[in-house]
Write a protein that binds this ligand. Structure first.
Ligand code: HEM
Length: 135
């Protein structure tokens, strides 16, 4: 298994655990740890994606069997949904009451949060699947 796949799998497992804990914390009203975990996960996701893009561009990432390309395109596109969504939720909270953007995302935080967390979990499960079937 390549170093990248090992790092991706470890990140996927850590993120799955943290997402579940953060969701539970939000449900029981523990906002401060929920906030810290979600900010860390969002920053971590950006670091992971940027590293992935640069790795593919300059690290010469291995070639992929043709039949996996549609799945990888779906996996990557789906990953962008919680990445951009979580960023909007975090920015919304950090800019509370400062503009319409934050008002919108804060008013619908729960609904957006539940949607993005589910897609996020599904994306990481896809990442773990990739690690085992594409190694
Ligand atoms: C600065 C970052 C964040 C803060 C301060 C924060 C704070 C909160 C608070 C106070 C709640 C309680 C309900 C409400 O006020 O609407 C909540 C709920 C929730 N948050 Fe966050 N949150 C943050 C980031 C995120 C992110 C990035 C996500 C997901 C991508 C997320 C997912 C959720 C979910 C799913 C719930 C609802 C839990 C439930 O009742 O099912 N949060 N959050």
């Amino acid at each position: 298994m390549s170093t990248f796949l090992i790092i991706s799998t470890v990140w996927a497992v850590v993120a799955l655990v943290l997402l579940t804990v953060a969701w539970w914390l939000a449900r029981v009203g523990k906002t401060v740890p929920h906030r810290i975990i979600m900010i860390l996960l969002t920053v971590g996701a950006w670091v992971f994606i940027i590293n992935y893009i640069f790795g593919q561009r300059y690290g010469g990432g291995g070639s992929l069997p043709r039949e996996y390309i549609p799945w990888m395109a779906l996996h990557g596109s789906m990953g962008l949904v919680p990445l951009i969504g979580a960023t909007c939720l975090v920015l919304g909270r950090l800019m509370t009451r400062r503009n319409k953007f934050s008002t919108h995302f804060n008013r619908h935080h729960k609904a957006y949060g539940r949607t993005f967390i589910v897609v996020w979990i599904f994306t990481h499960l896809g990442g773990i699947f990739n690690a085992f079937f594409l190694r």
